[in-house]
Design a protein around this ligand. Sequence first.
Ligand code: PLP
Length: 283
Amino acid sequence: MTGISYVDGRYVSHAEAFVHMEDRGYQFADGVYEVIAVYGGKLVDEASHLDRLERSLSEVGIAFPGSRASLGIVLREMMRRNRLKHGSLYLQVTRGVARRDHAYVDAMRPVLTVAVRRATPPLRSASLAGYRVISIPDIRWKRCDIKSVGLLPNILGKKQAMRAGAAEAWMIDEAGMVTEGTTSNAWIVTATGELVTRYLDEGILPGVTRRALIGFAERAQMPVVQRAFSLAEAKTAREAFYTSATAILRPVIQIDETKIGDGVVGPVARRLVDAYFDALETV
Ligand code: PLP
């Protein structure tokens, strides 16, 4: 994160972007967040991200910071002040600052912070390389549909993946089903050509990229089924991949020690990557 950040009503140098130590986000992970990709100076899927932010906030009883319109102004001002063309915005809303106490008072003033991450424009080639994932037990809480800043299981899982030389870890529930990646949604393509991603409930995050890709697939008349799939099924799938706002789509060519399909990027992943990038480049 570089340049200018936004902290609770003020634009400040990133080096001086501090919150109070009794911010409940810091002490209790009592807050939610969003990561919105920026492409060509525009926010990608802004409405879906703000809808999800609104929902996360309402599920944990934190007030929306200002209005949707005022938040939109802050996000645009952050892109302008940072001359951000490509990268992402990280926004976080915590319940606010108060003397440390598990019980919070109602109607606290939420604290909004926003930071930018500069990046080179995403490349189709990154989405047409093969990535490895490992499987790990899903040890998270039972409300993974809320984009909470409480991410300890995710960060430990991601580190485990890195240590294993893999790009992502897919989390497996007690029934042996794949829930999602530590920072992404999981997909497979079955032997019959069915595109499968887990249904939405409280077990996974409703990914904005997942939703966009379901739209692209349906418009291209590719059959999409939202159902649970097991790790065993994933290992015998014809293709597998994962999606997120910043990674877009990453084809999976190996899960644990098992090669997926022919061990190369498959045609379904290619079609979806093309559809996504074509849309991104014509906005
Ligand atoms: N699942 C988890 C746990 C995530 O952290 C993320 C993104 O960070 C996703 C899924 C993908 O969501 P999106 O496509 O909105 O980035």
